[in-house]
Design a protein around this ligand. Structure first.
Ligand SMILES: [Zn+2]
Length: 474
């Protein structure tokens, strides 16, 4: 019997800190040896000419999430995780949403039913708290956090999810007490509502006006307010899906003051602009790009890169939130034709995240390959309580690995995507660098554009408390 189940030979191993040539030995689904030369395993994979990196961890994806009456998300766990592994990912963190009036625990149990037996990659759950009643904050939420759901998201906008300032403070206080990491969607509810009504009254109802209704100042104000509330309570917070300079500068300001404020940005904020929402002659095709916060302009791309390079952002996610375009339950639902406000918010992107960041970041010289690994895998694991099980190539880590061809040129297009959506917002984008094999705990789950793993092979991950959620204690 050989010492290893699998040896990955001759590749260049990339971690968040180092680059070196080594063989990687796997036994029992874990990495058990990293050395210059290993003896034979039961199986071998030749990785010469390839990069050996930790599988992508996408800590911001939405799958099978209730999205309001008459609207259905295009991905459940089956297609969403299939798309994830095809794109070089091995772990995703979607959100178990508490509908108003419902128990958080019951919502989590329902969400497990969606995931059980359907996932191609490992997954943990963030929670979404929409109804912070005394029993949710006093009992359900702390119990769930200690059961392995150690982070949750709150919203400062959307009719069915918005928390007011008083509620935000109460939720932050609860998080501080139980050690949860709070993710905050920062856009100001009243300002958006006001802008939307004014635009609609002026007949400006095309998808493009979605972007006009929630300009950067609305995101900046909410970001500052969340930061201030976090400071008041001494609760660390993660500002998710930052779209441009104004919110980025708020986070940098907070970090420079020593506050525990973290930042996430996403693929769409370095690749799309509000003009994409104009479609052809302001028509409905613009709805394909409706997401929140909306993509801004090219100058914002530079601001986001500046935030990435200078460490304002720790994680780069997809905010995968897919809806069908050609569907009465998706972007073209009957009401969406009357106003942008009915176009479901979100775009697919879990599969395109790694190739786009590699190409625009590493190939175009904006970040190092090690920063790429940190931004797409290691930092997600550390931030959300999965380290040192996930997020690195090292002894003891799960053998979650992506083999990456740094020279392969591809064009991102719907025809090669594995998600449930009927379009990709990145259609036609040329990239250099591509995942050619994805291994989940030592098993090949995707190879050369084909998903070969078993549905249901993905396991639920009970997560530790985030070390980044500790209050500073002053
Ligand atoms: Zn959000």
């Amino acid at each position: 019997m050989s010492e290893f189940d699998l040896v990955i030979r001759g590749g260049k191993v990339i971690t968040a800190s180092d680059t070196f040539r080594a063989d990687v030995g796997v036994r029992g689904g874990r990495i058990v040896a990293v050395a210059e030369k290993l003896t034979d395993g039961a199986r071998a994979i030749d990785a010469s000419g390839l990069l050996v990196m930790p599988g992508g961890i996408d800590s911001h994806v939405h799958l099978a999430q209730p999205s309001g009456p008459g609207v259905k998300m295009a991905d459940g766990f089956e297609t969403g995780t299939r798309s994830a592994v095809a794109g070089g990912n091995t772990t995703v963190l979607p959100f178990a949403l508490q509908p108003r009036g419902a128990s958080l625990r019951a919502s989590v149990m329902d969400y497990h039913k969606e995931a059980d037996g359907n996932a191609y990659c490992d997954y943990g759950f963030h929670l979404i708290v929409t109804d912070p009643t005394p029993s949710v904050l006093g009992q359900e939420l702390p119990a769930l956090v200690s059961d392995g759901y150690s982070s949750f998201k709150v919203f400062m906008t959307y009719d069915d999810m918005v928390l007011n300032d008083r509620q935000l403070l109460e939720v932050f206080e609860c998080a501080r007490g139980c050690g949860a990491l709070v993710m905050v969607h920062c856009e100001g509810y009243d300002a958006i509502k006001f802008m939307t009504q004014r635009l609609e009254a002026a007949g400006k109802t095309a998808p493009y006006y979605h972007a006009v209704s929630r300009p950067e100042v609305v995101e900046r104000e909410a970001t500052h307010r969340a930061i201030s509330h976090g400071e008041l309570i001494d609760t660390p917070i993660m500002i998710v899906h930052v779209s441009g300079r104004e919110a980025m500068e708020q986070i940098r300001w907070a970090q420079q003051r020593g506050l525990k404020v973290y930042g996430e940005t996403c693929t769409q904020y370095v690749t799309l602009t509000a003009d994409d929402l104009k479609g052809l002659n302001m028509d409905e095709t613009g709805g394909k790009y409706v997401c929140s916060p909306p993509p801004r302009d090219r100058a914002s791309w530079d601001a986001i890169w500046e935030g990435i390079r200078t460490g304002v952002f720790q994680t780069f996610s997809s905010d995968h939130c897919p809806f069908l375009y050609e569907s009465g339950e998706g972007k073209l639902n009957p009401k969406a034709r009357t106003s942008f406000k009915w176009v479901p918010n979100g775009i697919p992107g879990v599969e395109a995240r790694l190739p786009i960041l590699y190409s625009k970041g590493v190939v175009e010289g904006r970040i190092t390959i090690n920063e790429f690994v940190a931004l797409t895998s290691t930092n997600h694991a550390k931030m959300y309580g999965l380290y040192p099980q996930k997020g690195a190539i090292g002894v003891g880590f799960d053998a979650d690995i992506v083999l990456w061809d740094p020279n392969r040129r591809e064009t991102i297009r719907q025809a090669i995507m594995h998600h449930g959506a009927d379009y990709t917002p990145y259609e036609g984008m040329a990239v250099t660098g591509w995942p050619v094999m994805t291994l989940l705990r030592g098993e090949v789950v995707a190879e050369d554009g084909k998903v070969v793993g078993a549905k249901g092979a993905g396991r639920f991950l009970k997560r530790e408390l985030s070390p980044f959620a500790r209050p500073s204690g002053h």
